[in-house]
Design a protein around this ligand. Structure first.
Ligand code: EPU
Length: 425
């Protein structure tokens, strides 16, 4: 059973009785997004790929299901996953599966590299913006593939992929990983200029190198790949989830608590930690992670959500929730996705003084928040209402929990261990 994870049903609600500062320790899971890239990489080799610390969340179950649809044998045991894609059954990713998950488009690169052909309908995922695929498709074309829209799917074909120098119009995260997947099996040298530098992309490079790929520049904006004829199996551990870690740090700050987040890596969270310091919060290293406490006051800050190492767009909404408790007017400018502001109306319903102007959000604080019925409109908007609920007086009832479950494993038990009053109804 591949879809074994804690995907809530549409009817499930999270009920939070807020107003308690969080105290204690919480350990984060493996990175959701990095795990999705690693699972897709399993298609690149006929040998077994064994992954550890794969978070038990709905999206990884969907991706595992997609690999199985394409002919891979996938075994899941807790957070360990073994993939063996000895023979692939076809080059077409099934539409139902792809509709559920943006990262499903990542099977294109491996299928193209291994079979010379790949087809995938436009993928689903959070409704956070237009989310085009031009970077992926231009990258495949640069490697010599013919790319076309045939009926309901994008199709890429290449008798032989050839390495090339290319410039990505935007440092798209999934776009970089997809092109990387195709390039590792291409003939000759590929140079990707303006590649995404996110730690999850760097991890994908490290995994591919463990599988025999030759990549220079991981973690930077230029990647150089020497193609190899085939990759081999490997055993690999997924990096901790920096967004989940950041969310728990923010929950500690927002509630005025004292929280140790085990697995939080400073080198992946510099932009958040520096803003928290500027706001007056105390964030310091502790054994195995980062500890946060609120300082004497929490002050308003201004920030922009931009590609790594800038402030992560995935932490924008949780940060906004925390800043409702800061003194003064905070401004967050969203510069990655044009539809990341869905959470604003929900926070306003809870009493936040928050307004938008274009892609900017103004938050006036500190404001007392009040529990009410709200919705998790996407995974990070969901995290924002959870944080607001933890700060709020009274009972917050969150609908559409299924979105939160896509990114946060064992959310209730982890929050309860920190002293929160959270239940699922
Ligand atoms: N873009 C293009 N052309 C493309 C692809 C993207 O112009 O071909 C633009 C998008 O329109 C957007 C910007 O580039 O404005 C950023 O998109 P990117 O491709 O970098 O995002 P993504 O790869 O689709 C991944 C994560 C997101 C995370 C972003 C940014 C996965 C499955 N998703 O998305 O994570 O916010 O990178 O870091 O890895 C989440 O975890 O909640 C989430 C949405």
């Amino acid at each position: 059973m591949l879809d074994r994870v804690n995907a809530g049903t549409a009817a499930e609600r999270l009920v939070i009785r807020g107003g308690r500062p969080l105290h204690g320790r919480v350990a984060v899971s493996g990175s959701k997004n990095a795990a999705l890239y690693a699972l897709a990489a399993g298609l690149l080799t006929a040998e077994p790929l064994v992954l550890h610390r794969v978070p038990a969340i709905a999206d990884t179950g969907e991706m595992a299901g997609l690999l199985a649809d394409l002919g891979a044998a996938v075994e899941i045991s807790g957070t360990d996953v073994r993939i063996e894609a000895r023979a692939l059954s076809g080059a077409m990713a099934p539409a139902e599966r792809v509709a559920a998950l943006r990262a499903s488009f990542l099977v294109m690169g491996p299928l193209l590299g291994r079979l010379g052909e790949a087809a995938c309908p436009p993928p689903g995922g959070d409704v956070i913006g237009v989310r085009p695929l031009d970077v992926h498709l231009a990258g495949f074309r640069a490697l010599g593939a013919e790319v076309a829209r045939e009926g309901g799917a994008f199709v890429a074909r290449a008798l032989r992929l050839r390495g090339a120098r290319m410039f990505l119009d935007y440092p798209s995260v999934l776009g970089t990983v997809n092109v990387l997947f195709a390039a590792v099996l291409a003939e000759g040298t590929t140079t990707i200029v303006n590649a995404a530098a996110e730690p999850e992309v760097a991890m994908a490079c490290a995994l591919l190198e463990a599988m025999g790929a030759r990549i220079a520049g991981a973690g930077g904006n230029t990647l150089t790949i020497e193609g190899v004829p085939a990759l081999h199996g490997a055993e690999f551990t997924i990096i901790p989830d920096r967004i989940e870690a950041g969310t728990y740090l923010l929950a500690g700050v927002a509630t005025g608590g004292d929280v140790e987040v085990l697995g939080a890596e400073l080198e992946h969270l510099d932009s958040l930690v520096s803003k928290l310091h500027e706001a007056g919060a105390i964030v310091e290293a502790c054994e195995g992670g980062l500890r946060t406490r609120r300082g004497d006051t929490l002050e308003a800050v201004q920030l922009q959500a931009v590609p790594y190492p800038g402030f992560a767009t995935d932490l924008h909404a949780p940060m906004a929730a925390a800043l409702t408790q800061a003194r003064g007017v905070s401004i967050i400018h969203e510069r990655v996705f044009e539809n990341r502001l869905l959470y604003v109306g929900e926070l306003r319903a809870m009493g936040a003084r928050i307004t938008t102007g274009g892609q900017a959000v103004m938050i006036e604080g500190p404001t007392p928040l009040y529990g009410t019925g709200v919705r998790a409109l996407d995974v990070r908007a969901g995290a924002a209402v959870v944080l607001a609920g933890l700060c709020a007086e009274g009972e917050t009832v969150i609908r559409d929990v299924v979105h939160i479950d896509r990114g946060y494993a064992e959310l209730e038990s982890r929050l309860r261990a920190l002293g929160a009053d959270v239940s699922r109804a």
